[in-house]
Design a protein around this ligand. Sequence first.
Ligand SMILES: Cc1ncc(COP(=O)(O)O)c(C=O)c1O
Length: 382
Amino acid sequence: MKKAKIQEKKTNESVKIASPYNSIRIEKDVISVLRSRRLVQGKKVEEFERSLSEYIGCKNTICLNSGTAALHTAFLALKTLRAEKSEVITTPLSFAATANAVIHAGCKPVFVDIDEDTFNINPSLIEDKINERTLALEPVDIYGLPSDLREIRRIASSKKIPVVEDAAEAIGATYAGKKIGSFSTLSCFSTYATKNLHTAEGGFVTTDDDELARLIRLFRNQGQVSRYNQTVLGYNFRMIEICAAIGLGQLPILDDLNRRRRENAQYLMEKLMKIDSIGFQSVSDPKSHAWYMFALTLDESKASITRDSLVAKLKEKGVEADVAWPTPIHLQPYFSETFGFRRGDFPIAEKVCKKVFQLPIQPFLTRKDLNRIIEVVRESLP
Ligand SMILES: Cc1ncc(COP(=O)(O)O)c(C=O)c1O
């Protein structure tokens, strides 16, 4: 495994929740891309796609300009082959893009509640929501923890429904010893600036299905099969060469960066587990998790302060804690107004959104940073 060099931190800087990777190699490669004068969808993107396929162990990788575009084109490709289908079964505990992409593709999100321990979609609730309109199942590997893919795949194949995995947060995660991105019909990743592997903005789809890959490539580039020859209504979702160069500069050290995230999470967990009011996302195999986010919960009935005051206090004391997400997707005003969702529809997701929060575990934290996090949490939760 290639090792990453520790990045220098300025003194008195807060303990950051994300620290987008950079290196001399990346800076050099970005400059040489600029000098090459081929700036969009060229050799670097092709190399990034080949390298990602090799890393993940899949047949096709299609790079796009965001994770949202990855999901959007995945659903468009499926819809091209099954136009009569219009529903996608997914989880309400995610970033809005999970459901936005479904709507952009002309479909309707159908939510099922989550598992209270893993925060991922609860597979035992999926079958009840499947009907003749179901286009796909869309599990989300939340915070980088793979969903129960074996069970989801079992349900999907028994009903002959494809799986579009929202793996936006899960690059480098594994399931049954294989890399995430090699299981589902289509897996969609984000390489947004804060992600474990970033390209500033960007994303990609992986699939072993050549026809779906062909369609996604068409949608990515204005529906053109060849230059100025358009067969479907497409978009401009192309990745730029600079982004691919940034991503290529991280891929060889991704596993090492993820290992550091895991070790940071394990260190914090070990020290914080004695606090009665604190809980954690349940992870059966820490090595399978990509540790994009370190999710904890605060049981307010056992604590002297609320979750929101704890997070505010941490920020005030220079620790960048966060709440992802304070509101489940179905209760976002757009979704409740458009689809009529109400409080109480998905009680577990609603409950988790009230108690979940995140602490920094990014790879460039020092032991001093981690101890600072522990000290501030302990001070705030006597
Ligand atoms: C679960 C999830 N799905 C989808 C997305 C969308 O990715 P992007 O921001 O690259 O469009 C994100 C990214 O933040 C995400 O966390």
